[in-house]
Design a protein around this ligand. Sequence first.
Ligand SMILES: [Zn+2]
Length: 191
Amino acid sequence: MSSVWKKLAPSLLVLLCGFISAYAQEAATEKPAVTLILVGSGPLVVDEVSEASDGFWYKRGNVTTFIDRNRVVRVEYPKPPASETSSEPIEGNGRWKLADAAKVEEFFLGKFKRPLPVSAFGQSDLHTRWGWDHRNGLDVGLHPDSAEGRALIEFLRTESIPFLAFRGPVPGVATGPHIHIGNRSPRISGR
Ligand SMILES: [Zn+2]
């Protein structure tokens, strides 16, 4: 599988995360709007983007348009205000357990009228292979700077639910942008 192909099919990748102290972030450009980087053409600056399973809905003015996932190289989000760009993941008070996931799923469904895009519920084969105990972790395939990602993070903060936000891949830890709900994953013992 080529790396180009991987970029074009992020929905097929299992998102992972674990114990790290910072998350990767590309040098953000100072742009007020969201930019879609398209295959074989220039960047497309739009007002808002929401991700679907097979592509992206983007809004320009009053017009909302769908674009197929394989036409999009990546989505670049504007850099959030300095107060929100701490590179240290936010951690709550440790009262999270996986059974609390229903509360988060209900919030998301109620607000966005679609199910929470869960990429890993508890332990996954890839977490096991990478040596993370993810039994109480819930991975959500949303970019932390997207409209939906920001709303989710705000909800988690309000509810004092611990989470880690990843803006990009971290070798051995995260395959791409996502929000890990729960405390940091411990290493699987005996490794
Ligand atoms: Zn996770």
